[in-house]
Design a protein around this ligand. Structure first.
Ligand code: ZN
Length: 142
């Protein structure tokens, strides 16, 4: 018996060349961030040019997937398709171990259990029909 999967309901990222590897990497469980090969600075969101030294010599690095919650909010009402089924959910800023910050959701836990400084690890919302995955974060598996 097969379970039919509903089509993905949330807005999809635009896969222009600067960001496409970020979303494709998730299908391989790889959280990719950019690092400048000249000055060593990590950066996120992905950009071709280094925000520190303006070098175009930036490369993709596989991040550890570990981070901490910098800030968050719990959303109790969202009427948008794809999101309304998930309220309440946590929108958060997570600081990765590599030093960059990204906006994401904290999942696989009670939203009221989330706190600033909470250790988290990456997990994936996979969208196989698009060949991409969206990074989400959860409390570390013990
Ligand atoms: Zn640089």
């Amino acid at each position: 018996m097969t379970t039919e999967r509903k089509p993905y309901q949330k807005p999809l990222p635009e896969l222009h060349p600067e960001v496409e590897p970020f979303f494709r990497g998730g299908m391989r469980s790889e959280l990719l961030i950019k690092r400048c090969a000249d000055c060593g600075t990590f950066q996120h969101y992905p950009r071709i040019i280094c925000g520190n030294c303006l070098s175009k010599n930036t490369v993709w690095i596989r991040a550890s997937g570990k981070g901490t919650v910098y800030s968050y909010t719990i959303t109790y009402q969202n009427l948008s398709r794809g999101w309304r089924e998930e309220v309440p959910y946590v929108l958060a800023l997570v600081d990765l171990a590599e030093g960059v910050r990204l906006m994401t959701n904290i999942v696989e836990c009670d939203p009221k259990a989330v706190y600033v400084g909470m250790p988290v690890e990456v997990t994936w919302e996979r969208i196989p029909e698009e060949g991409i995955a969206i990074p989400k974060f959860r409390p570390p598996k013990k």
